[in-house]
Design a protein around this ligand. Structure first.
Ligand code: TYM
Length: 348
């Protein structure tokens, strides 16, 4: 049987306005992979409803993420772009994986512990069962396509280790049936986590110890993809920093979380390394660096926001793109799902 083909899958949850962390940690990294891999980029609406979403917001954010993909340089003819709920096989494989994964594995997920409150899940009466099972649906998203690489920000690493654990256990538990189907190797690949570039963990502009996220109380801490130029500039110029000037090499950023964050953002937006940025700005104060960063951010983000606005205004076109993506995704998913049903022993 054929070895695994280099195929990339990633997804973003439509559960809030897209921000600079989503862009630099994920979307911006998705684009060049189109040259080297078969690429599948999903808007994971079924993941979003693990916490309550107003249905109108869910719909709006779904279009917004698909629009951001395209406005950032994903070509819907080359990449498969779709929303998860249009390919029902995600849910079916998710269920099978619920029966492969162990409860203990899920209990160790830090994102669940953060939301459900502590090791014992003190808040577990208030969170959905879906939130608990979420990582096994995530494994299904990836393995339904036998994707070999998953580009994500740093915060998703643990979920991807669990994806490998599920693949390993499935390959092991069903070894005989997998062989019986003619596979002389594993049925599912062990997926590579692609965490690359200088901005894998973009931090809040107000607190260098906190991750930039969709749910921050302070609007000044987060740059949103749809922010206008003035807002972006203002947020960067008011970002919290220490009083020191910029160091001349990366080691000098140690212990300076806020400074390190702004330099990483600059490097990522300019497609440079941190060292290259410091070669230019080392020794400068914030009075020079912040305006340069603001200009760079506006020059990269404003055209994307403009194109996003145009695209979300054309729902007919967006629906067409998402439907076409779902058809192409299903063409890969259906034959895999047929094999998986046979492996598991479901009568057809
Ligand atoms: P989500 O929607 O929380 O985030 C989407 C992507 O953005 C990255 N990201 C960040 N990167 C750098 N700095 C930040 N501050 C930052 N905040 C978010 C995330 O790492 C992610 O890559 N479980 C996933 C969605 C998902 C998925 C998948 C991803 C579902 N199925 C299959 C990959 C493959 C999530 O909640 O991402």
């Amino acid at each position: 049987m054929m070895a695994f083909i280099p195929r990339v899958f990633s997804g973003i949850k439509p559960s809030g306005d897209l921000h600079l962390g989503n862009y630099l940690g994920a979307i911006r990294r998705f684009v060049p992979l189109q040259q080297t891999h078969e690429t599948i980029y999903c808007v994971v609406d079924m993941h979003a409803i693990t916490v309550w979403q107003e249905p109108e917001d869910l719909r709006r954010w779904t279009y917004e993420i698909a629009a951001a993909y395209i406005a950032s340089g994903l070509d819907p003819k080359k990449s498969i772009i779709f929303n998860q709920s249009q390919v029902v096989e995600h849910a079916e494989l998710g269920w099978i994986f619920n029966c492969v994964a162990r409860v203990g594995w899920m209990m160790r997920m830090t994102q669940f512990k953060d939301k459900a409150g502590g090791e014992g899940g003190e808040n577990s009466e208030a969170v959905s069962l879906g939130l608990f099972a979420y990582p096994s649906l995530m494994a299904a998203d990836i393995l339904l396509y036998k994707a070999t690489g998953v580009p994500v920000g740093d915060d998703q690493k643990q979920h991807l280790e669990l994806t490998r654990d599920i693949a390993k256990k499935f390959n092991h538990d069903f070894r005989k049936q997998i062989k019986g189907l003619g596979f002389d190797e594993d049925y599912f690949p062990l997926t590579d986590t692609l965490v690359t570039g200088p901005a894998t963990r973009v931090m809040s502009l107000k607190d260098g110890k906190k991750k930039m996220s969709k749910s921050d109380a302070s609007d000044m801490s987060t740059i949103y993809m749809m922010d206008d130029a003035d807002t972006i500039s203002k947020k960067i110029k008011r970002a919290t920093t220490d009083p020191e000037s910029l160091p001349t090499e990366a080691a000098g950023l140690e212990g300076r979380a806020e400074a390190a964050n702004l330099v990483a953002i600059y490097a990522s937006l300019a497609d440079q390394s941190v060292d290259q940025v410091l070669a230019e700005f080392g020794g400068s104060g914030w009075g020079k660096f912040k305006p340069a960063l603001a200009d760079l951010a506006v020059s990269v983000l404003s055209p994307i926001a403009g194109e996003m606005r145009r695209l979300v205004g054309d729902r007919a076109e967006m629906d067409k793109i998402l439907r076409d993506g779902a058809d192409r995704a299903r063409a890969i998913a259906i034959p895999h799902m047929d094999e998986i049903r046979q492996i598991v022993g479901f009568v057809r």
